[in-house]
Write a protein that binds this ligand. Sequence first.
Ligand code: CP
Length: 292
Amino acid sequence: MRSLISVSDLKREEIEEILRLAKGFKEGKGEKISASVVLFFAEPSTRTRLSFEKSARELGMETYLVSSSESSTVKGESFYDTLKTFEGLGFDYVVFRVPFVLFPYTEIADSLNLRLINAGDGTHQHPSQGLIDLFTLTEHFGDIKGLNILYVGDIKHSRVFRSGAPLFKMFGAKVSVCGPSTLIPRDIKVFGIEKVFSSVDEGIEWADVVIWLRLQKERQKENYIPSESSYFKRFGLTPERYEKVKLYMHPGPVNRNVDISYDLLYTEKSLIQKQVENGIPVRKAIYKFLWT
Ligand code: CP
């Protein structure tokens, strides 16, 4: 039984299959799936939770929502034993978001008679968001080979970067990063990135697309930046930078006037709303891919 915990679980042809399925769903094609899904969210979410729930319902699936505060994890049950309970109750899929890195994830996934879908595990992976971002850029450009893609912001804590960057590279794009040195991981070279820009203005000049990321204050254990206003001036999408940037994205949620100027979320250069919209067909495609 297949699970999707990390983008590294997928071969290129499988990713192409997911993109093809997503395109089909967007065009109104695709069959129903007679199955049940548990949505277990131990961290806040708006778009991921709702799009997994809505896409499951549109596919004809039964959905069951459990938040961690209502589950027996508050009484000390481990996450693994919670998954075993879902297995015992006969569910087909579990979509989960947890604040920790699921490790060793292949052993956990292989030991369960469930299709696990990782909707974000700590700073590790958020594969459906990476696939949405790849789908959105493929839809916009046709082919992303040779495209220069720049991630800006809190790279250190970003599971979105760790999911998107390998996918973009697999499809021939070049990936660079930019952010405060305190928020660039020490092992950044392992991601095969082109450049680490300390100047966002130089990065914007290099990039065909910029992906701004949120400062993940909930994961920051130290003071990584002097202040949000100085961060915004140095790394944010300001009205001056808007004139130079070609195209931009943000996985959401956005902190206005920290990541992106309050009036620049929904503009002709922004793919942010498109990313949200594509959450439905891409997440339907993930359900379908894991079902067959
Ligand atoms: N992009 C993303 O994961 O958003 P949510 O936290 O709202 O699900």
